[in-house]
Design a protein. Structure first.
Length: 203
């Protein structure tokens, strides 16, 4: 027997919401029904916010963080310590580390980690751009802040081999972050202490 409340428009909206990470069909349905209770103007504003985001967002030409302009707010901030670069996998980690308020240097977003199983190699990441920043001078420390997973450790090792010839200190997060954990899910206190207590990278 057909559901008397079934609607192609409703089903399509639920299907789109359920594509989001961590959103199942039941949650998607609740979100869609919530939007239906809002005014047309509010729903239009909601939708336009994402359209504007997708069409207008840019990536910093220095560190590859998301930005509204050519240079992100972090790279443009003269109060930041430009001699330190914290290398992270994705933008999620920039947000997580910034929330700790324990790091005051700059970032470099790789755009992923080396993962042969997923077809991701060094050439798919922003590694050449990182090296170019070191060659430009002024960098004293590179902090390898990748998740302590097999892929993260593989990427750390690769980066260490590439950066070892430069006169910079290469450090990594203290192991307050458990092996196998994703960095973006670490609590702020643990992550903050891992940054403050970072150690020289050792092979």
């Amino acid at each position: 027997m057909d559901n008397p409340c079934s609607s192609i428009l409703l089903d399509n909206a639920v299907k789109e919401f359920s594509k989001l990470p961590g959103i199942g069909k039941k949650t998607a349905l609740r979100l869609v029904l919530h939007l239906l209770r809002q005014s047309s103007e509010d729903v239009e504003q909601f939708g336009n916010a994402f359209i504007t985001l997708r069409n207008g967002i840019r990536y910093c030409k220095v560190c590859h963080n998301i930005s509204d302009s050519e240079i992100c707010g972090i790279c443009a901030d003269e109060r930041r310590d430009a001699s330190q670069i914290c290398v992270v996998e994705n933008i999620n980690e920039v947000i997580s580390i910034e929330n700790t308020q324990q790091f005051h240097g700059l970032y470099h977003v790789l755009g992923g980690v080396i993962s042969p199983m997923d077809g991701v190699g060094p050439s798919d990441l922003a590694i050449d751009e990182l090296i170019a920043r070191l060659e430009a001078g002024g960098i004293k420390e590179v902090i390898l802040a990748l998740s302590p997973t097999m892929e993260g450790d593989t990427t750390n090792f690769y980066l260490y081999k590439k950066l070892a010839k430069y006169e910079v200190e290469i450090t990594t997060l203290a192991r307050g972050v458990s092996i196998g954990d994703e960095l973006e899910y670490a609590d702020e206190v643990t992550l903050g202490r891992s940054i403050l207590n970072r150690t020289p990278y050792k092979m």
